[in-house]
Design a protein around this ligand. Structure first.
Ligand code: COI
Length: 387
């Protein structure tokens, strides 16, 4: 079948981005939906200050977590913010056997005046439900999703770091907790949000990363769960990621499973290619790729800056050839955790090429983080005040 023509100004309008732009009630209206059960053993000011020093990604957790439970018949109930701690799970919980689980990643940013904001929360609320539908999990009302962020962040506000590039990484997740071994959708499901004060995902910031393009493994297949944010997609990336590390690379990149020639995404990030003529290309959303919130925002920012942005089929061969000939000048990865990071080297079974440019990458990084941290105006209404 011939490839469809490249789409110019592509994902500005997708069902997800449209849903994400609907208004959200102010945090003051949503707060209190998750009843607070205060942790009697919160970290002392000194212990918290120590924990907030020298932050890495996802290694430290705050005093509380948000929780709600779904049961068939009753729906969602027991919304609470409770002490952070280990979960008591039956060893027969369906998630432990069949992986019925979805999750999200979203950040809370401390602005210079001390206020705390998040970025396009309805995008993540909607995407959680897109993922939940695919995994036969119940949908969580979007306002409950946003309220869970509001109530948790307001409770643990002191944990939102203020250092450059730091944020409170929020990890909402939902899983099948019903205890049974039959293969069917669970009737009891738990939703949690945990929060982790975090530094940069890549410890060297905007230093270019190296990529191993795996030609042996795929992350997802047609009709599968590639577009959903579910643990299985990430589990399937771990062995190839180990292979990438063994080759001396920071990250793995996957190709599509049908032609085995076209770029899809990295282990946990989308990918963008900058051409010498200034065009920015990114793999089209084929159902096997996660529709990243950062990807979507970057497409909007670049388009509004007058750049040609193309959602395209990008073959590995053409990319390597383009880098060699200089028709491709930059490649970068983007995601909530990783933000924006340049690729400096692309390796695979029979190629090894260097990419030296990163001008557009830096530009888009600075523009996006400028909006997120309140240093630049937000003409899109993307930022939502949590506290
Ligand atoms: C995120 O960017 O938020 C993710 O969930 C990806 C993961 C690699 C941390």
């Amino acid at each position: 079948m011939p490839e469809p023509a490249a789409t110019v100004h592509p994902s500005l309008e997708t069902p997800l981005s449209r849903a994400a732009s609907l208004p959200v009630p102010a945090a003051t209206e949503l707060s209190g939906r998750f009843r607070l059960q205060r942790n009697p053993r919160c970290a002392s000011d000194a212990d918290r200050a120590q924990a907030l020093r020298d932050l890495h990604f996802g290694a430290v957790f705050t005093d509380h977590m948000a929780h709600a439970r779904f049961s068939r018949g009753e729906g969602w109930a027991d919304h609470e913010v409770m002490p952070y701690g280990d979960l008591a799970l039956s060893p027969a919980s369906a998630v432990l056997h069949y992986g019925q689980e979805v999750f999200e990643g979203i950040k809370a940013y401390r602005h210079e005046d001390g206020s705390v904001w998040t970025f396009r929360p309805r995008y993540n609320a909607t995407r959680l439900n897109v993922s939940a539908r695919r995994l036969a999990l119940p949908e969580l009302p979007e306002e409950d999703f946003i309220a869970s962020l509001v109530d948790l962040v307001r409770t643990d506000e002191a944990w939102v770091p203020s250092g450059r590039g730091e944020s409170l990484y929020l990890r909402p997740f939902m899983f099948a907790s019903e205890a049974f071994l039959g293969v069917h959708a669970a009737g009891v499901v738990d939703y949690y949000v945990i929060a982790s004060p975090s530094g940069a995902y890549f410890t060297h910031g905007l230093t270019p990363i190296s990529i191993w393009v795996t030609q042996d493994y795929h992350r997802a297949g047609r009709g599968g769960t590639g577009f959903a944010k579910t643990g299985g997609n990430y589990a399937s990336s771990l062995l190839p990621q180990q292979e990438a590390a063994a080759k001396g690379c920071d990250q793995v990149c996957f190709l599509d499973d049908v032609t085995q020639t076209n770029l899809e995404e990295l282990g946990g990030m989308n990918i963008m290619v900058v051409d010498a003529d200034g065009t920015v290309r990114t793999p089209r959303l084929t159902g096997t790729i996660l529709e990243g919130s950062t990807r979507s925002a970057i497409i909007r920012l670049l388009t509004d800056a007058g750049r040609r942005v193309v959602e395209d089929t990008i073959s590995l061969d053409s990319l390597v050839e383009g880098i060699r000939r200089g028709t491709v000048t930059e490649v970068f990865a983007c995601g909530t955790a990783a933000v924006v990071v340049p690729l400096g080297r692309l390796m695979g079974r029979d190629f090894d090429v260097e990419i030296t440019g990163s001008e557009v990458t830096h530009e888009i990084h600075d523009r996006l983080t400028g909006i997120q941290y309140g240093r630049l105006e937000d003409p899109y209404g993307w930022m939502y005040r949590l506290a």
